[in-house]
Design a protein around this ligand. Structure first.
Ligand SMILES: O=C(O)CCC(=O)C(=O)O
Ligand SMILES: [Fe+2]
Length: 496
């Protein structure tokens, strides 16, 4: 993916402009309809008048033509009017609207965007094990939403998964599409209509890939009733018949569920050692304003602060971020560069510490919460997730010989401070699969953990991931604290 691509689906805030664009396109089509309507009315009116006149004349031809006015009019209109009508009929309707659409199409989501969006639906589907028919009709984890997909949506997802060779899931989505295509109430407008037999064929191919030959045969039989002379269909059918004779049907395999998925689904055991205290010791300021602190784990040290960023601070942070949100990248050890990757789908903005009074205030708060000096650390990173937005399992530390100038100068990421700027209606937990901890975002909270062990080595227990968002616009803000300034604040505990 090119850096200049929009990556539309990767942030909810970023997709707002698409809705505005859609409104413009709908209005344009409506203008087109108006023009068609006008022309239609003009034509119909003339048809009515002329048909009346002509009928009248045909009823009494001699009498009609005996009148000089009728005779002249007949000659004149036959000679002149039909030429004009021909020109009028040939005139293109809506050239302006076609031009408008052509221009705007350059701004529309690309096939990469569609692939990304389909991959995101798959990610939600697979991570949370939601049934396709439920997902397609807006039933997400027992909650019914006033949203649903249609046959084209399901087919597009199925086709994407088929191309990715994820045949089991592909077949389920294609089946959903077939379900809708064969139900008459879901009739598609003519320009969007798809060839049913094509969809059936893809379904059969997916079934073959899954070794479900008997089922594939039935699907081919149906498709052949519509297209009895289609050579390709007949050929494939006979090939499947051969497969049935030579290979047995395979049994479907169950999908293994890892710690990550269990964490995302909220299935980690809740340990009762958690408790809440008011922290008034990390910095002098906290004696005046103690912070609500929840201990998530001692080793590795992990705490959750509640109500550490206010609603108004959050809105300001979001408005600062929205205009410059860009697809998030991940540092690549192999190249020493940052790159756009499939494993992190969100958009981010970096805000310098001294950007304004808000960023200064937030950085001070980070110091108050952690006791760390933020000098030489990274800028605040504001992030918004989009459709199925996630960040696969990763470490925040680098622990690498290849590193950026910042790392050479200021050391690795000793700690992570992650502010939750929104609640997420469904999904979007931060999950630590190695220690079976999952934190579901609560607005205004911040989770903090140490990434490095006391000897400065990366702590592999801090492996974590942002689970796919199911429903919601997840906003977070990261502050990664670098080692160098913390020499006397979290000194190396290994005895010298
Ligand atoms: O959004 C989250 O829950 C985690 C984000 C994260 O791990 C990261 O940005 O490094
Ligand atoms: Fe992270």
């Amino acid at each position: 993916q090119e850096d200049n691509e929009k990556s539309h689906s990767t942030s909810v805030a970023g997709m707002v402009e698409l809705l505005r664009l859609e409104a413009e396109l709908v209005e344009n089509l409506s203008n087109y309809a108006n023009e068609l309507e006008q022309k239609l009315q003009t034509v119909r009116k003339f048809v009515t008048t002329m048909s009346n006149e002509n009928k009248l004349a045909l009823n009494q031809t001699e009498h009609y033509l005996a009148n000089p006015l009728n005779a002249f009019s007949l000659i004149r209109r036959m000679h002149q009017d039909w030429t004009h009508w021909q020109h009028y009929m040939q005139q293109e309707v809506g050239a302006k609207q076609v031009e408008f659409l052509k221009e705007k199409r350059l701004l529309l989501p690309t096939s990469t965007d569609l692939d990304e969006a389909a991959a995101s639906i798959y990610r939600i589907h697979a991570t949370y094990d939601i049934k396709v028919s439920d997902m397609a009709t807006g039933l997400l984890n027992d909650k019914q939403y006033a949203a649903s997909l249609n046959a084209l949506d399901s087919y597009a997802i199925g086709k994407y998964l088929y191309d990715q060779q994820i045949f089991g899931y592909a077949s389920q989505w294609i089946f959903q599409a077939i379900d809708w295509l064969t139900a008459t109430k879901h009739k598609l407008p003519l320009p969007l209509a798809v060839d049913k037999s094509e969809v059936f064929q893809l379904y059969a191919e997916a079934l073959i890939q899954m070794n479900r030959f008997d089922d594939a045969l039935k699907v081919f039989d149906t498709a052949i009733t519509w297209k009895p002379d289609n050579v390709k269909l007949l050929l494939r059918k006979s090939e499947v018949e051969t497969l049935i004779r030579t290979q047995p049907n395979a049994k479907p395999k169950a999908q293994p569920v890892g710690a990550y998925e269990r964490g995302c689904r909220g299935q980690f055991p809740v340990k009762s050692q958690l408790y809440c205290v008011y922290n008034s010791t990390n910095s002098p300021f906290l004696r005046l304003a103690p912070l609500k602190m929840e201990l998530v784990g001692l080793d590795p040290y992990m705490v959750l602060y509640h109500d550490v960023i206010s609603d108004s601070e959050i809105s300001e942070l979001q408005s600062l971020a929205v205009p410059s949100l860009k697809r998030a990248t991940v540092f690549q050890q192999q190249t020493g560069r940052n790159a756009v990757v499939k494993t992190r789908t969100s958009k981010v903005t970096w805000l310098p510490d001294i950007f304004n009074s808000l960023t200064q205030r937030l950085n001070r708060r980070v110091t108050d919460m952690t006791g760390f000096n933020v000098m030489g650390s990274e800028m605040l990173q504001v992030m918004n997730y989009g459709l199925g937005g996630h960040y696969d399992k990763h470490f925040d530390y680098f622990n690498s010989s290849i590193s950026t100038n910042l790392t050479k100068l200021n050391g690795d990421r000793i700690a992570t401070v992650l502010f939750y700027l929104t609640e997420v209606e469904q999904g979007g937990a931060t999950v630590f699969p190695n220690i079976e901890k999952a934190v579901f975002p609560t607005k205004g909270a911040a989770i903090i953990w140490y990434n490095l062990k006391h000897d400065g080595e990366g702590d592999r227990r801090t492996l974590h991931a942002a689970c796919p968002v199911i429903v919601g616009s997840k906003w977070v803000c990261n502050k990664w604290i670098r080692e160098r300034q913390q020499l006397f604040r979290r000194p190396c505990l290994r005895t010298l």
